[in-house]
Design a protein around this ligand. Structure first.
Ligand SMILES: [Zn+2]
Length: 115
């Protein structure tokens, strides 16, 4: 089991309270009327599946029920940062690869660690 920090409740809670809702920061076509079938297809169906840093949307289903974003390493399962919808992560591929350096330190004290 691991723990996730909800940026709205400002509490570190069990993973069982949360659900992953897939990739974060999916951009809807800016002009829907003019979007091609290919653009709609990309928006609706295609998602990144990286090895390493990935931004995901999660929901605190058994808590405040709010959606928020998680920067997670898909190899180690380490959660590097959680942040509110509308915000951007401070974690980059470079900082994620180097683990607990720089801004990532700040995130670790409130993030989940596998037990
Ligand atoms: Zn919450």
């Amino acid at each position: 089991m691991f723990y996730i920090h909800c940026p709205y409740c400002a509490e570190r809670r069990s993973e069982e309270e949360f659900h992953c809702m897939g990739q974060a920061h999916i951009q809807r076509p800016k002009n829907p009327e003019a979007a091609s079938d290919r653009e709609w297809g990309d928006y609706l169906f295609f998602r990144d599946n990286p090895r390493g840093l990935h931004q995901e949307m999660w929901v605190h289903a058994a808590g405040c029920r709010k959606f928020f974003n998680v920067a997670r390493n898909t190899v180690s399962y380490e959660i590097l940062e959680t942040y509110r919808i509308g915000e951007q992560t401070s974690v980059t591929v470079g900082t994620a690869a180097h683990g607990r350096e720089g801004k990532v330190d700040q995130a670790h004290e409130v993030q989940g660690v596998r037990a």
